[in-house]
Structures are given as structure tokens and as C-alpha cells.
Design a protein around this ligand. Structure first.
Ligand code: PLP
Length: 404
């Protein structure tokens, strides 16, 4: 093994040399992090305005979460689901109660939770709704992002996510996001579920028209179809509420959760639904070696405890207003549009000025980390522990790069 000089260019070259090129990271090599800040190998500090795509809602190394993880590391970390461990019941109960649902099924990554939701919806369709075997249909939206498995990319409309990964899994019907008529028209007697993001993150933080989800809920009720909300990125405080769909006054049949559920420490995902839905599964039909492991559950219990205080939702709502005010003041000064809710924003930059990637590179040079998506859009999703002053700082840096 060669020893690597850990200064940024050398560390970047080493990482590039040994990895598949399925990501194109910014030229920053992080070595430490705390709260809303990360430090690179050269000792430079950056304000993290991405927060692991919402996996770090509580900030880097939140003391309560780290303490829960440490305490669990000293006791037991993995049992498999062949045995029960003492963190499992409390985690499932507390998460079910947070969601207002009867049951929880824990997995690890977001994509696994989405796969779980798809399997449960299909099984419910055959066993409860009475759909003929192998005829189940699930309605999804254009520009969706639900993960990277072969089934999930089968219903992606993003060529980068999908091309050359076929043959694709059948059973999905794509309709335009936010178009209630198109969705209602797509419902057939074989429709078992509608799977939607309450706000589409990867697509550029797209907020659907007011009343859309209320309409979707009504259509699902009328046709005995499950409404499945993928809250993996939008949920757990990000938008100023526990779940983004709450803003629409709608309760889905199934929540799909991930990212922040693991407290930025371990991958933890889950689906939550009532017994009439999630109760369709029988032993042996679904599972995961690591799903619901003791370390994941110990961290997850603390995540739910933090959310139960309401503090993070409140911060996101209040500070979100400040963030959006600051960003909206840049409209016409290099910013074309700002979308989002709470501490979550999609910012379309004038493409004549720079691409989203260039904007993120320039922000990084000024000590602010953000992520581009699709051309000239950048996404801002700071940890919910960020302060008002830090937000003002980030907006000021954006203003500065746009002013040239
Ligand atoms: C809405 C949504 N669903 C699912 C996923 C997939 O999660 P994971 O990357 O943990 O598989 C993501 C990840 O960005 C997401 O934003």
C-alpha cells in the first residue's frame, strides 16, 4: 500500500484512481465535520448547504445521536432478524407513532424502502383488492427520483438514470407530475398504488400546485388505490413539518422514509402503514440482513425523539422563510426562479451566466457546499441546525458569484 499525501489534489487523484466514475464530486476532500460545517484535508472550512441530500437534517455528529450510537456500539450492533433485540420494539413503536400508523418495516437504504413499498402495494393489490395475478399497476410521476435499483430506474424518465439498464420492470404508468387529470385518467381497475414525492427533490425541488395532493387522495379513495408518499428526502423536518405532505393536509396510506432516519450515522430506512396494508406480508416474503439492526434502531430511536420535540420542524419553518426571502431578493440578479419549502430550495440560475455545476464550484471556492441538478439549477438543503447568520452568509456568497 502506498502512503498518500492527504492534501486535496493528491487525495482527489487517489480517489479517482480507485473508484468507478459514477459520481462527479466537487473538488473538496472532507476529513471532519460538526453541525453545519465540514473541514477539508487542508483545514479549510465549508458551510454544508446540502446536508447529504437531507440525510444530515440534524447536522453532522449531533451530540445526542452520537451518544446513542456510542452507547449501542458498546452493547450489541447486529443480530439479524433471526432474533429479536432490545432496541427493535421501541424503534418500530416510536416511528409508527410519529407517522400515526400501526406498523413499521425497517430496511437500510431509501431504494430498499421504495422497493418494499412497491412489493407491499402489489401484494395488497392481489390479496386485498383482488387484482388478477401479475396485472398490478402503480402510477408514478415524470421526473421522479426514487432510487437506483433496476426496478426503480424502470420507471424513471431521466435518460442518465435509465438508459442501458434495461430490460425494464413492467407494471408502472408514468403521468406528468402535478397534473391531477392525467393521474385520475390513468387509474384502471388494476391500479394498486400511486407513488409520489410530495416535493420532487432531484428534479429541482419542484412543489406541485396547491390542491394536487388533496385531489390525488380523493382519487385514491374513490378507486381503492393506495397513496404512497416517498418522504425520503422531503420528510423528517426538511420542509418545516414532519412530513412534506402535511402542508397539503393529506395523510398517505404509506410513508416511505430514509436518509435523516439514520441521523447521518448509519443507513436506516422504513415504510410505515396501517395493518390493513403492511399486514399483508408473511414471514419469508421480504427482509434484509441489516434492516432494523440494533445500531440502526438505537440511532433511529434518538432521531424520532428529536423530531418529537418539534424543534427541528420549527427551525426549518422559521429559518426557511429567511432563506427564501434572501434567495428571492436575488431574482433578476442572476437568479431566475426560487422554489421550495422550509430549509429546502431549488434555485434556477440564469443559464447565460453559468451552469449549476459552475455555480457550485464557485460557491465551494467561497466555502459553501451546494449541489447542482439538471443544467442551471442548484439545490440548497442545509442541516436544520444552521443559524440565521450562516444562511445569510450562504446567500451572500451566492449573490457574490452571480455578480461576477
Ligand atoms: C425521494 C427519494 N427517494 C429515494 C431515494 C433513494 O435513496 P437511497 O439513495 O438511500 O437509496 C432518494 C435519494 O436521493 C430520494 O431523494
Amino acid at each position: 500500500m502506498t502512503s498518500v499525501d492527504m492534501r486535496t489534489p493528491e487525495a482527489l487523484a487517489e480517489a479517482e484512481r480507485w473508484t468507478a466514475h459514477n459520481y462527479h464530486p466537487l473538488p473538496v476532500v472532507v476529513t471532519e465535520a460538526e453541525g453545519a460545517w465540514v473541514t477539508d484535508v487542508d483545514g479549510r472550512r465549508y458551510l454544508d448547504m446540502l446536508a447529504g441530500y437531507s440525510a444530515l437534517n440534524f447536522g453532522h455528529r449531533h451530540p445526542g445521536l452520537i451518544a446513542a450510537a456510542h452507547a449501542q456500539l458498546d452493547r450489541v450492533t447486529l443480530t439479524s432478524r433471526a432474533f429479536v433485540h432490545d432496541q427493535f420494539g421501541e424503534f418500530c413503536q416510536s416511528l409508527a407513532q410519529l407517522c400515526g400508523k400501526d406498523l413499521v418495516l425497517p430496511m437500510n437504504t431509501g431504494a430498499e424502502a421504495v422497493e418494499t413499498a412497491i412489493k407491499v402495494s402489489r401484494a395488497w393489490g392481489y390479496r386485498v383488492k383482488g387484482v388478477e395475478t401479475d396485472r398490478a399497476e402503480i402510477i408514478v410521476a415524470s421526473d421522479n427520483f426514487h432510487g437506483r435499483t433496476t426496478t426503480i430506474v424502470s420507471f424513471s424518465t431521466d435518460p442518465d438514470a435509465r438508459n442501458d439498464f434495461g430490460p425494464y420492470t413492467p407494471g408502472f404508468v408514468v403521468v406528468p407530475y402535478g397534473d391531477l387529470t392525467a393521474l385520475t385518467d390513468a387509474i384502471t381497475p388494476n391500479t394498486v398504488a400511486v407513488l409520489l414525492e410530495p416535493i420532487q427533490g432531484e428534479a429541482g425541488v419542484l412543489v406541485p400546485p396547491a390542491g394536487y395532493f388533496a385531489g390525488v387522495r380523493a382519487a385514491c379513495d374513490e378507486h381503492n388505490v393506495l397513496l404512497v408518499a416517498d418522504e425520503i428526502q422531503s420528510g423528517l423536518g426538511r420542509t418545516g413539518r414532519t412530513f412534506a405532505i402535511e402542508h397539503e393536509g393529506v395523510v398517505p396510506d404509506m410513508y416511505v422514509l430514509g436518509k435523516a432516519l439514520g441521523g447521518g450515522i448509519v443507513p436506516v430506512s422504513a415504510v410505515a402503514a396501517d395493518r390493513a396494508v403492511l399486514g399483508v406480508l408473511k414471514p419469508g416474503e421480504h427482509g434484509s440482513t441489516f434492516g432494523g439492526n440494533p445500531l440502526a434502531c438505537a440511532v433511529g430511536i434518538e432521531v424520532v425523539r428529536l423530531l418529537a420535540t418539534g424543534e427541528f420542524q420549527r427551525r426549518s419553518a422559521e429559518l426557511g422563510e429567511r432563506l427564501h426571502e434572501g434567495l428571492n431578493a436575488l431574482v433578476g440578479k442572476g437568479v431566475v426562479t426560487v422554489r421550495g419549502r422550509g430549509l429546502w430550495a431549488g434555485v434556477d440560475i440564469d443559464p447565460a451566466l453559468m451552469t449549476g455545476r459552475q455555480a457550485c464550484e464557485r460557491l465551494a471556492e467561497r466555502g459553501v457546499l451546494a449541489k447542482d441538478t439538471h443544467g442551471s439549477t442548484i439545490r440548497l438543503a442545509p442541516p436544520l441546525v444552521v443559524t440565521a447568520e450562516e444562511l445569510d452568509h450562504a446567500v451572500a456568497q451566492l449573490a457574490a458569484i452571480l455578480a461576477g
